[in-house]
Write a protein that binds this ligand. Sequence first.
Ligand code: ZN
Length: 267
Amino acid sequence: MWIDSHCHLDAEEFDTDREQVVERAQAAGVQMMLIPAVEVSEFERLRGVAHRFGFGYTLGIHPLYVAQAGETDLGRLSEAVRTARVDPNFVGIGEIGLDFHEGAPDAGRQEHFYQAQLRLAHSWSLPVVVHVRRSADRLLKYLRRIEVPGGIAHAFNGSEQQAREFVACGFRLGFGGSATFSGSLRIRRHAVEAPESAVVLETDAPDIAPQWMHQQAGRRRNEPAQLPRIAAVIAQLRSISPEQLAQINRRNVLDAFPRLAALSRAA
Ligand SMILES: [Zn+2]
């Protein structure tokens, strides 16, 4: 059984055929997904999608959405988390973090939202889905100050030292479509060298389409059904079987998100 640890199934890209997307994923062996939130106004919709299919979700404000988010959104998030504590499909805080690529929102504003949400995760003792983009050192600086029970560094692409430090803070490293490109040398090296207990798999669908989708004409909407094929590439890099990697992924994702483990047992 495969778990897609990071899939934006609630995204509008899936509005026309979400049922079929899930059917294709399940036919490919992807039985569980973790759907991270990106903005407060979408929480209800996200919750609806997660419940309809029996998947897990996290609540949070994505760093690329902080420009349009207001201070009241942090209050609304905090209230939503309090309410969601009794919801078995709610499993943690995310997607939060820092994104320092060109054109991203003001860094100070991102850090303000990131810190506030880390404190929320700390106060409820909830694991976190962290968005990392040219921001690993700054993310780690706050993770050393505000202790949270680990989580996933999603789409990790930092140095070996940064990888070790995320792992030391209790984080798993998320690998997905980027690892399918032969030119992604650093990500591929991490995929090979990361300790077994740190490897988790994700599609980030509808984003980060794997290499073979880029060869097709037309749309490149990534789907959770791609996870096993992406995983096959990573398994080969690590010289293990896809079945072994499926087990490793399952164990690591469920260890990182105990509430998702409870939801999976109940399913
Ligand atoms: Zn994401």
